[in-house]
Design a protein around this ligand. Structure first.
Ligand code: SF4
Length: 351
């Protein structure tokens, strides 16, 4: 088993953090960490200017504590109905393709927000405004689903504070809503949170050989798969997140083997409620250039102009996606492969 990916020695904290109980609790949890006051969790020069060779150390040792300002909810319609205001951003893991926002620099260690009461209260108000869900959709037939972890991985966050425990507890009390997050880390602490079916974990999987190259610092795929039945028994709804789908020679063989393994090990109770989301790789030039500085082997798989095409994003960045036409065919083949091995696994969405 991978050891916990954090060994916090430096805490950067905004001025108001100690006014919040959660802020004080976290500081007590890491008493030996050196504290550095910062004006904003977004602007920390030593993180923004970190050398690529130091990214992994910063992810392991640095923690940022701040107060979440804009408590807004964004409609989504893919992984969830709404993206909730996040209780954290950044990640201790270092997946080479990771596209979470990196406004505090590419090392992007975890920032934990200490105003969890305000985040929870805003969620309660938002859920109340929706009322019952009357029109089923692919996200969920009955509940409004809120993505709680768009900007990081909540299984690791749960090792820093009780924010995740509090959110799981909150959704137990909201009959029209479910919380949801994708994860690549196995944290046994989650087994004691009593989600009572109101939190959906989207276990993120790819063939193990690929994950060894791309999913840096995450739990090995075998551990993630082994955790699924336990999490389900503990009361989580479990979906699968096949993301990103990275194509290389022989991809159908390696994905087919993963589906076979899942079919062998997942108990009927998991299969009965299973669904999956499938997301083909999108890469971008800026990340490619950063990755070349610290993990060039990953770029041999991610940067494939021979089978990708450029697309200018809304923000003006250059994205690379598998070529139109080919991408559609590959996605069809992927879905057919999944259906032939795991016919009970509904595909919630694929793109
Ligand atoms: S686990 Fe998720 S958030 Fe963390 S580096 Fe990987 S893709 Fe990014």
């Amino acid at each position: 088993m991978n050891s916990f990916p954090l060994d916090i020695t430096r805490i950067y904290l905004e001025p108001d953090v100690e006014e919040y109980a959660r802020g004080r609790e976290i500081l007590l949890r890491f008493p030996a960490a050196e504290r550095t006051p910062v004006a904003s969790h977004w602007r920390i020069p030593e993180l923004q200017d970190a050398n690529p060779g130091d990214y992994l150390l910063a992810k392991k040792q640095a923690l940022v504590l701040g107060v979440k300002k804009g408590l807004t909810f964004r409609p989504n319609g893919r992984s969830a109905d709404f993206i909730a205001p996040s209780s954290s951003n950044g990640c201790a893991m270092a997946c080479a393709y990771c596209y979470v926002a990196r406004r505090k620099g590419h090392a992007n260690p975890i920032s934990t927000f200490v105003n969890i009461e305000a985040i929870s209260a805003a969620t309660v108000r938002h859920v109340a405004r929706q009322g019952p869900k009357t029109v089923p959709n692919q996200v969920d037939p009955q509940a409004w689903v809120y993505d709680l972890g768009e900007n990081g991985d909540l299984s690791v966050d749960a090792g820093i504070s009780d924010n995740v425990r509090d959110l799981v507890a909150l959704f137990r009390t909201l009959p029209h809503a479910k919380g949801s997050f994708a994860t690549k880390w196995v944290n046994p602490d989650l087994l004691g949170y009593e989600p009572q079916g109101r939190t959906r974990i989207r276990m993120s999987l790819m063939p193990p050989e690929l994950a060894r190259l791309l999913d840096i610092r995450t739990s090995p795929v075998a551990e993630r798969i082994a955790a699924i039945p336990e999490l389900h028994r503990a009361g989580y709804e479990i979906h699968l997140n096949f993301s990103p789908v990275v194509l290389r020679q022989g991809w159908e063989v390696e994905w087919g083997a993963l589906f076979t393994e899942l079919d062998d090990v997942l108990p009927a109770a998991v299969k009965d409620q299973l669904a999956a989301e499938i997301i083909m790789l999108t890469h971008n030039r800026e990340l490619h250039e950063v990755n070349l500085l610290w993990h060039p082997k990953a770029e041999e798989l991610l940067w494939r102009p021979d089978i990708q095409e450029e697309k200018v994003s809304e923000s003006g960045g250059v994205n690379l996606r598998y070529r139109t036409g080919w991408k559609g065919q590959w996605l069809r083949r992927f879905k057919d492969l999944l259906a032939s091995h795991m016919p009970y696994c509904r595909v919630r969405y694929a793109f």
